[in-house]
Design a protein around this ligand. Structure first.
Ligand code: COA
Length: 333
């Protein structure tokens, strides 16, 4: 059987920086509250004047990843696109990416696993490569969430956290089973779907959308913050332990942990629990906020660019998010 290996990473973030002070002009919040609870200093918002969307950002991240992989667009056999903020309700963004990247008629699949989307997408790519069905797969996480947020005091618990951006990775076939994706671990618990969700547009009450009822808050995302926080710290840890146990490795063998950038406090909790040093954990939430399916992909690309991921390093990716969904990927670089 083959193994899969990441051979190129890329990312793109919009130019528009939105600081905590900028947000405090739109809603009742302040820099101190945001930094203390989340670690976030600023985030990027997609540029409306440039018609930036999840897909257009995904194109830029993908181009960088494909170029770093040393491949041409037409050598990609399959696209997996993780996003909760596609340009259209349907079709998903994967097909747009196929078109905008000028690729032949390869298959394109959208993954709907929110903050765990990139982990799920890597896992799907890994299975396709392991079975020999595809050789080169483009995996993308991209989000344009700023347009969805309720940017008033009513929506401040979410509006201060989420940001826009895109990240991508190219996975290819390798016959070296000691390298690449060693294992992936996926979970969900749908009983908590509504604790972090955007309930509309929803075909079962489609007509409401056209009534344009401003009192209908189901068009804004909702998050039960403290509840999500409690589950996140538990599930993040479980996903990492599962990966370590399956590969018979200890937490101090981890060269770099890239946690989904949900909240710096969550990352710090996990870091402490596994007794990892600052050098063993990559965080960039301070400058981008929580970019959902894009977060691990952007962080991985930045870590590679900064030389923080070296040949043979043990890299652990872990995520938790809406669904609830959570999971991990254990990689030997
Ligand atoms: N600015 C100022 N005050 C705010 C605020 C903001 N942006 N957002 C909420 N508050 C207020 C609340 O209204 C509440 O006020 P009250 O005590 O007068 O009712 C108070 O701050 C505490 O709210 P609470 O929601 O209990 O805060 P918290 O300490 O749990 O922090 C989060 C809120 C959202 C930062 C935190 O719950 C969290 O990070 N949760 C997980 C989020 C996450 O990771 N989501 C993505 C998962 S992938």
């Amino acid at each position: 059987m083959f193994n899969s290996k990441i051979i190129g990473t890329g990312h793109y973030v919009p130019k528009t920086k939105v600081s905590n002070d900028d947000l405090s002009k739109m809603m009742d919040t302040n820099d101190e509250w945001i930094q203390e609870r989340t670690g976030i200093q600023e985030r990027r918002w997609a540029d409306k004047a440039l018609d930036e969307t999840a897909t257009t950002m995904a194109v830029k991240a993908s181009e960088m990843a494909i170029q770093k992989a040393g491949l041409k667009n037409e050598e990609i056999d399959f696209i997996i696109f993780a996003t909760l903020s596609p340009d259209y309700y349907f079709p998903g963004g994967g097909v747009q990416l196929q078109h905008l990247l000028g690729m032949p008629t390869v298959g394109a699949l959208d993954v709907r696993a929110q903050c765990s989307g990139f982990i799920y997408a890597i896992s799907v790519a890994d299975q396709f490569i392991k079975t020999g069905m595809y050789k080169n797969i483009l995996v993308v996480g991209a989000e344009s969430q700023s347009g969805l947020l309720d940017k008033t005091t009513r929506g401040r618990n979410m509006a201060v956290i989420f940001g826009d951006g895109a990240g991508a990775a190219v996975l290819t076939r390798t016959e070296d089973n000691a390298k690449g994706v060693l294992s992936t671990h996926l979970h969900s618990e749908g009983q908590y779907a509504e604790e972090l969700a955007l309930l509309s547009p929803n075909p079962s009450k489609w007509v409401k959308h056209f009534e344009n009822n401003e009192e209908d808050l189901s068009y804004y995302p909702y998050m039960n913050g403290p509840f999500v926080f409690k589950h996140a710290v538990t599930r993040f840890s479980e996903a990492i332990v599962e990966g370590l146990e399956q590969n018979k490795i200890e937490s101090n063998d981890i060269d770099l942990l890239i946690p989904h950038q949900a909240n710096l406090r969550i990352s710090q909790f996990v870091q402490k629990k596994f007794r990892l040093s600052n050098d063993q954990v990559f965080n960039n939430i301070q400058k981008y906020g929580n970019t959902t399916a894009a977060s691990i992909a952007i962080a991985l690309s930045e870590a590679v660019e900064e030389g923080k991921v070296k040949e043979n390093d043990l890299v652990v990716l872990a995520a938790f998010g809406s669904g609830f969904t959570w999971g991990s990927v254990i990689l030997r670089w």
